[in-house]
Design a protein. Structure first.
Length: 61
């Protein structure tokens, strides 16, 4: 009888689960880091495109 089945626990399945969970957290971290960089770039671009009208001109008709 195999040692992993004798104890009633499959260590291979646990190792696979750990690898999958670590991979998901790594992907989430990368996605959030990229989103933060994209937000910073967008805010910079919007600040550069901001109109330089006079302060009393609110743009309302």
């Amino acid at each position: 009888m195999d040692a992993s089945t004798a104890a009633g626990f499959d260590w291979g399945a646990l190792a696979l689960l750990i690898v999958v969970v670590i991979g998901l957290f790594w992907a989430l971290r990368l996605m959030l880091r990229q989103n933060r960089q994209d937000l910073k770039d967008l805010e910079t671009e919007l600040a550069e495109e901001e109109p330089t009208d006079s302060p009393d001109d609110s743009g309302k008709p």
